[in-house]
Write a protein that binds this ligand. Structure first.
Ligand code: CA
Length: 296
């Protein structure tokens, strides 16, 4: 077996909103865990509340990290978060930098999501449409929770308004005031590569007509959803992955922010159906080698 991905510390994968470990047989990190393990990495996918604030999710993640450290004997972990998983990982690293060697944001709304802003404006929580959306999310979350065969912990609390607020530009700006570690000083810039001994990295994709809407994505409903969601973007119109803007994703060392991938392609969803020229697994494998080279 190759040892190219054999990082010093375990890789802990943190999912986004409505995330899961494995729906019946179907993993959130489709093909990614196997690819990293083939390279010799210790990889653990975790679950946190699918619908809650980044702080509540972050506290759950911290408890899980402590458990992982006890079980593996490792001194620290490398956190890789997708979407809201990035904010969750950032919270954990800000609170316990002694337990976290690195935070990697994969399509993380590190400056908020314009899709969440649109929903806040057009589906406010106190409106009939907003309440309907809340009920729908609650039902989806509950069904997914029942089907998650990978998670074996206590029932995770749900707070839909907190979940939503944690993803808007306004909500993330408040979060960023409290937990600024790794953020760039200027819009579109890179962040520091290390803060409090924690290394910070990010990558993300953008919708690219002729690429992201071709190949496997011709058959993929999540790509059609991303193309629809992209229409809600104003500040980063034409420069988003359907749920997160290109510059909004920046954190620490920016490995890339315009890979031809939608918000789901970037974690090899759905079923590895991605657009032309997209190589989501390769980015994870290369990143594990990068972490290994950095000594973490
Ligand atoms: Ca796809």
């Amino acid at each position: 077996m190759s040892q190219d991905c054999a990082t010093r510390y375990p890789l802990v994968l943190v999912p986004g909103m409505l995330g899961f470990i494995r729906l019946v047989l179907y993993p959130y990190w489709y093909g990614i865990i196997a690819a990293l393990r083939r390279g010799g990495a210790v990889v653990i996918a975790v679950q946190v509340s699918p619908l809650n604030s980044s702080e509540v999710r972050g506290e759950q993640l911290l408890a899980r990290i402590e458990q992982i450290l006890r079980e593996t004997g490792a001194q620290k972990v490398n956190l890789i978060g997708h979407s809201q998983g990035s904010l969750t990982a950032r919270y954990a690293a800000a609170q316990r930098p002694d337990l976290v060697a690195s935070v990697t944001s994969v399509a993380g709304p590190n400056h908020g999501s314009e899709l969440a802003d649109y929903l806040q404006k057009h589906y406010p929580a106190d409106s009939a449409k907003g309440r309907l959306l809340g009920v729908l999310l609650r039902v989806i979350g509950a069904v997914m929770g029942l089907l998650d065969t990978g998670y074996r912990g206590p029932k995770l609390p749900v707070d839909i308004p907190a979940s939503h607020h944690s993803l808007t530009t306004e909500g993330v700006a408040l979060f960023n005031q409290r937990y600024p570690q790794g953020l760039p000083d200027t819009w579109g810039g890179q962040g520091p590569d290390e803060v409090n001994g924690v290394r910070y990295y990010s990558w993300s994709g953008t919708l690219q007509p002729g690429k992201t809407d071709r190949g496997g994505n011709l058959f993929d409903g999540t790509n059609r959803s991303c193309r629809l969601f992209a229409k809600t973007f104003v500040r980063e119109a034409g420069h988003c992955d359907g749920m997160v803007g290109r510059y909004s994703s920046h954190l620490g060392t920016v490995i890339g922010d315009d890979f031809p991938m939608d918000h789901f392609d970037i974690v090899n969803q759905s079923l590895g159906l991605v657009g032309k020229g997209a190589q989501p697994l390769r980015l994870f494998v290369e990143h594990a080698a990068r972490l290994k080279a950095a000594g973490v």
